[in-house]
Design a protein around this ligand. Structure first.
Ligand SMILES: Cc1cc2nc3c(=O)[nH]c(=O)nc-3n(C[C@H](O)[C@H](O)[C@H](O)COP(=O)(O)OP(=O)(O)OC[C@H]3O[C@@H](n4cnc5c(N)ncnc54)[C@H](O)[C@@H]3O)c2cc1C
Length: 311
């Protein structure tokens, strides 16, 4: 049977999370990999999906009902073709996690969440207890509805494939939800889950002003995304969408610099797969040092500006 990947896209381009999900789909070794691009005027995104290495067919469902990614409509679109597939994979992003449970419930199967490894076509690994244990789960369901932790899989090459594009009829609007508006934070910095370098600050920063004053110049110098611990977010030092961790974003950049972050397990759960971890903390006993490749026991208010100067 064939594996279906639900593309994450903005109607013009596919997002990086789609590429990691394709790699997981190929690993399922169940057969061909198809990609569903459910959108409105999304021919460009469908064409981009067709170039992903490993994909044999793109199903382009175009409908005004799919313009705003409403979960009810996207789920209906997936269900319209679900019968053809042994596996249906979503990136474990806010979007994917919004749609996958609806699809699993309607198919009356158990969702397999947040997989980090495909052991075989019916067996998968997924982190539990904030990443402190890895569960191996086996599913006997006829259709496996899966969300993929994107940091667990390399990105499939965005170029090199030559899949066919097949048009599918777009679903009608479910009428169950309506799009009201969207407030998008505009930032010059790279999006956290796609950033190659992340500079994160913790409660130690003490205020939103200090956070900006101390951390932003380092991020600017490195072309990095800005992240934060939950304590920093809860205290209002950094916006909510900067939170890294179990209840924030899961990231795995090439370089992660944590300044004034203690390294609670819930924070580590979101960043410990980073390739190189640098920690700056004035407490040499801070747990962040247990995962750090480079540790600096220092006051961040002097160490970070010195680092910026040296760069
Ligand atoms: C269910 C649940 C989910 C959670 N999810 C998340 C999550 O997604 N992400 C997350 O981050 N947390 C999460 N938490 C919270 C987590 O347990 C910690 O409370 C939080 O990560 C602590 O943030 P922090 O390290 O910034 O603050 P603190 O623990 O207060 O640590 C501050 C650190 O800064 C150091 N420091 C102080 N002053 C300086 C200085 N001048 N220079 C250098 N170092 C200094 C201190 O030595 C200390 O290590 C969650 C908790 C729960 C219960």
């Amino acid at each position: 049977m064939t594996v279906l990947v639900i593309a994450e896209h903005d109607h013009a381009a596919v997002k990086a999370s789609t590429l990691n999900t394709v790699t997981a789909a190929v690993a399922c070794q169940s057969g061909d990999v198809h990609v569903l691009v459910a959108g409105a005027n999304a021919a460009e995104a469908a064409a981009a999906a067709a170039k992903i290495a490993g994909v044999s067919k793109v199903i382009a469902a175009d409908s005004a009902s799919l313009a705003e990614n409403l979960a009810e409509n996207v789920a209906a679109q997936v269900l319209a073709i679900a019968g053809n597939y042994s596996h249906i994979l979503f990136p474990a992003t806010a979007n994917g996690k919004n749609v996958a449970p609806r699809v699993a419930a309607k198919l009356d199967v158990a969702q397999i969440s947040d997989i980090t490894k495909v052991v075989s076509a019916d067996t998968f690994e997924r982190p539990i207890y904030a990443g402190n244990a890895i569960a191996t789960v086996q599913s006997s369901d006829g259709t496996k509805v899966i969300t993929v932790r994107t940091t667990g899989f390399d990105a499939a090459p965005a170029e090199g494939g030559s899949a066919s594009v097949e048009n599918a009829e777009g679903v009608a609007d479910s009428g169950k939800s309506a799009f009201v508006g969207r407030e998008v934070t505009k930032s010059e910095r790279p999006e956290l889950t796609a950033a190659k370098i992340i500079v994160s600050g913790g409660r130690a920063l003490g205020s939103a002003e200090k956070f900006q004053e101390v951390m932003a110049p380092l991020a600017d110098k490195l072309g990095a995304g800005l992240g934060a611990s939950r304590a920093a977010v809860d205290a209002g030092y950094a916006p909510n969408d900067w939170q890294v961790g179990q209840t924030g974003k899961i990231v795995a950049p090439q370089l992660y610099i944590a300044a004034g972050i203690s390294g609670a397990i819930q924070h580590l759960a979101g960043m410990k797969d980073s390739k190189v971890i640098v920690a700056i903390n004035k407490d040499e006993e801070a747990p962040i040092f247990s995962v750090a490749d480079y540790g600096l026991v220092a006051d961040l208010f002097t160490a970070v500006p010195e680092l910026v100067k040296a760069l």
